[in-house]
Design a protein around this ligand. Structure first.
Ligand code: KG4
Ligand code: ZN
Length: 335
């Protein structure tokens, strides 16, 4: 089965064709991240405009690279939630048009379910159930993936998402956008023990909180400036990265121990973080659990992950029609 996947929830306009939810046939991405970086973060109106300009070209390229004609497709999957509403609507309306014109099922896909499905593209042998930390710019969830379309959220951030914390701290340190890769790069030259940062207290056994951590960095930077001894950016980047990754890893392992998980996964943009990947690898090994990580190129937003999840949603008969709307928020376990 061939599914065309379309993604436009944030700053990547992406389309891909995936076979049977597991094999990438084509994968095309046009990103407005360089332009967004000029403003220090995503400007929703710019994102929507760039999607509108690129989506047709990106989708047609994905079809061309796959060497498929529309009649060979089995469905058109599209991210419909959550995300920036103006950005989502571009993808949703375009997908509705294709579905109608080509007479193919329209498959609404939840963005975070898509991030999890990126794991199936990297590890053809992986099957639910498994425990997954999904950490992106907008979300940080510890999720029990019970089946391809059944999810239980065990824990979540009570304030900032992990990616958002990376982005905000990077901005404070003058490292630019997107913050995750910039902090990682600077951290490689720094000492992770240089600045003792707090472990924020939070209610809920598997919940996380990052706003206190972010504030601690800001305070240290401000105090350093006032006292005439500025923080060493590389050392602060390394200290912050170590602390946030350790918090994420510890919570994931706590959930893994409590639930007796034998398969532990990472997903979302933050899953590209190499320190987080190695911390989780080491900790899971001690638990005797197997670790599955998405290929770094599939951690960020892409169309292939949407097509992969679309395959499993279609299997369950989860199809939409021309009334489909974009939704800025929607829980991953929606029914
Ligand atoms: O999943 P994603 O591409 O888009 C959303 O759905 O939000 O995630 C983007 C987030 C950004 O906050 C970015 O800074 C973060 O993922 N990110 C990273 C890394 N690469 C991207 N965070 C930490 N380390 C990285 N290497
Ligand atoms: Zn994402």
């Amino acid at each position: 089965m061939y599914i065309l996947g379309i993604e436009s929830s944030c700053d990547e306009t992406a389309a891909a064709v995936v076979e049977d939810g597991r094999r990438i046939v084509s994968n095309v991405i046009a990103s407005s991240v360089a332009e967004q970086a000029l403003y220090g973060g995503v400007v929703p109106e710019i994102a929507s405009r760039r999607h509108a300009e690129s989506i047709s070209l990106v989708a047609m390229q994905a079809m061309k690279k796959a060497g498929l004609t529309p009649d060979q497709l089995d469905g058109v999957a599209v991210t419909f939630a959550p995300g920036l509403i103006g950005a989502l609507l571009v993808g949703v309306n375009f997908a509705k048009g294709l579905s109608f014109a080509w007479n193919k099922p329209l498959i609404p896909v939840h963005h975070l379910r898509g991030h999890i499905a990126a794991l199936y593209l990297t590890h053809p042998e992986l099957k639910p159930p498994f425990l997954c930390l999904v950490a992106s710019g907008g979300h940080s969830h510890i999720v029990q993936v019970q089946d391809y379309t059944r999810f239980q959220v065990l824990g979540r951030t009570v304030d900032d998402a992990a990616g958002e914390a990376f982005d905000k701290v990077a901005r404070t340190l003058g490292l630019g956008y997107p913050g995750g890769p910039a902090i990682s790069k600077a951290a490689k030259q720094g000492n992770p023990l240089a600045y003792p940062l707090p472990v924020p207290k939070v209610e809920g056994r598997y919940n996380v909180s990052f706003s206190g951590l972010k504030t601690a960095v800001m305070n240290a930077v401000n105090q350093g400036e006032m006292r005439g001894c500025p923080v060493v950016v590389e050392d602060m980047a390394a200290s912050f990265e170590r602390r946030i990754d350790q918090i994420l890893c510890d919570k994931l392992m706590l959930a893994a121990k409590d639930t007796g998980a034998t398969q532990i996964c990472l997903a979302g943009g933050v899953a590209a973080n190499s320190l987080l990947r190695s911390l989780v690898n080491d900790a899971a090994q001690k638990l005797g659990a197997k670790v599955y990580l998405p290929a770094p190129s599939l951690c960020g937003d892409n169309g292939a992950m949407i097509a992969a999840q679309g395959f499993y949603e279609l299997e369950q008969g989860h199809v939409g029609d021309l009334r489909l709307n974009g939704l800025p928020t929607l829980p991953i376990d929606f029914t």
